[in-house]
Each structure stands twice: as C-alpha cells, then as structure tokens.
Design a protein around this ligand. Structure first.
Ligand SMILES: [Zn+2]
Length: 267
C-alpha cells in the first residue's frame, strides 16, 4: 500500500530517522537522545507483547553509536520498568535463556517529550537536590562513598551521586511528598539501582561470614545497626577527615603537627 507523504509515520523522528537510531535530540545541536528513549521506541515499534529479544539483537538495532557495554544497556532496560514497561529477564523467569528478555507489557512512550514528562514528575526540585546534597555531606548514605572517589578495591570506578527517595516513587502522589526533604537522601548510582539485588557478582554467605569473624564485638554491633537501617552513617572521624583534607596545604601541615602532638608522637 502506498503511504501518503502527508501521513506521519510515528516510528520516525521529524527528520525521518527511526527514533531508536537517533543519537542527537531533535531540535538541538549536540544534546544526546537518551538510550531509554531509544530502547522504548524500538520495543514499541518492533516487538509485539509476548515476543522475546536478545541483547545482541538490541545492540544491532540501535546501531554503531551505542558503544556502551551490555551491562550498561541492561541497566537502561531495567530503568524502563519505572516507566511501566514489563521486561523479565532470566533472573525473573528461568525459562528464558541467558541474554534473553521477554516483552510482557509496553509502557511509557518515552521518545515523546510530553509522555516522558509524566514519568519525571516526582524528581526532586533543584532546591531539594542542593539541600539534600549539603545535608548528607555529598556522600552516599547507603555505602558511604563520596563524589568522585573510587569504589574500594575498584581503581578507576568513580562514584556518581544522585538523590534517591525512601518512599518508593509510585507512592509519591503529591507535590508535598516530592518536596519533603526527609523523603530524599543522597545515594550513589550503584546503591540507587531500581532492583538492588541485581548486581553482577552477588556475595556469598560463607565468604561474607569469613570476613565477619575478624570483627570485634563493637564492630559487629555497628554493622548490625547499619544493616538494620540500610544506611552507613559517617563517624565523627570520617567527617573530620572529609573536611580536613579540603584544607589548604599550609593548614593541613599545621593540622598534622597538632594531631601528632595530641597523640603524644615525638616530633
Ligand atoms: Zn552507595
């Protein structure tokens, strides 16, 4: 059938590129067109509900400018769940092959600005974001990692911070809830993952236990508290260190001398 030129093909952006192949946001010079948007568009137009797809198929469809790893794309896929997409993987359904996903329900059409806005409604305001960052000392409340630090034992993996909510997003139904400072805390991007137990290499009970044996009773008590709260507060020493290392060089030298004297070290 001939498609009338005036008839708009919804799978294509204004310049005629399919939404999932778009790397730059239409109407902008270099603003990247987000991967969630591309994933959503491809799934919406190319897959029927009930169909399966693989990571390999997805990468091929999105084209060569997707340089990210499968792990990264996997995370973008999981983020679609926040926008009502239901996409089980092998973790959720053992009948699926490794690297295979099934489209169970289509969600928000994120490549359309107005649709996308619906899902962003409950993001914290800039004012809240700044307040919470300052209040929490620009550190992840869950694991204690600070901005631009490296994760322990993982050289080169820089910590990125974000603002997470304690009451899940779906239950925030008013602006008041969105602006309630107590409902927000600083989290690193890793602790902020939608499904927190979906890490590539989960820890094993016996290995964790082996590490626990070396803890003193006090340390075990501290760990118990952190586990119960799901937060790792920074101790007074931690906080002092955070601030002290931001001192100018001369002040740092003076502080070192003061501390050495204070603990009775001979100079
Ligand atoms: Zn963290």
């Amino acid at each position: 059938m001939h498609l009338d030129a005036s008839e708009h093909d919804e799978s294509k952006s204004p310049d005629g590129t399919p939404w999932w192949e778009l790397s730059i946001q239409p109407g902008t010079q270099k603003k990247r067109f987000g991967q969630e948007r591309r994933l959503a568009a491809w799934l919406w137009f190319k897959k029927n509900v009930g169909e399966t797809f693989t990571m390999r198929e997805l990468r091929a469809a999105l084209g060569p400018d997707i340089a990210e790893t499968s792990e990264h794309l996997n995370r973008r896929l999981r983020e679609l769940r926040k926008c009502d997409w239901v996409i089980p993987s092998q973790r959720d359904d053992a009948t699926l092959a490794r690297d295979e996903y099934r489209l169970e329900a289509k969600g928000g059409r994120l490549w359309i600005d107005s649709e996308r806005a619906k899902y962003e409604r409950f993001a914290p305001s800039d004012r809240i974001r700044r307040f919470v960052m300052d209040r929490d000392g620009s550190r992840c409340k869950v694991c204690g990692a600070g901005v631009d630090e490296e994760y322990p034992g993982e050289p080169g993996k820089k910590v990125r911070l974000t603002i997470g909510h304690l009451v899940p997003q779906e239950r925030l139904r008013s602006r008041d809830a969105r602006d309630d400072m107590d409902n927000w805390r600083v989290e690193c991007s890793r602790c902020n993952e939608t499904v927190r137990d979906e890490v590539p290499d989960p820890e094993r009970y016996d290995e964790v236990m082996a590490g626990l044996k070396r803890l003193t009773r006090d340390e075990a008590g501290q760990l118990l508290n952190w586990m119960r709260k799901g937060e790792r507060p920074r101790s007074k020493v931690d906080q002092a260190y955070d601030r002290a290392r931001k001192l100018p060089q001369a002040d740092r030298t003076a502080l070192l001398e003061h501390l050495a004297k204070r603990i009775g070290e001979a100079s």
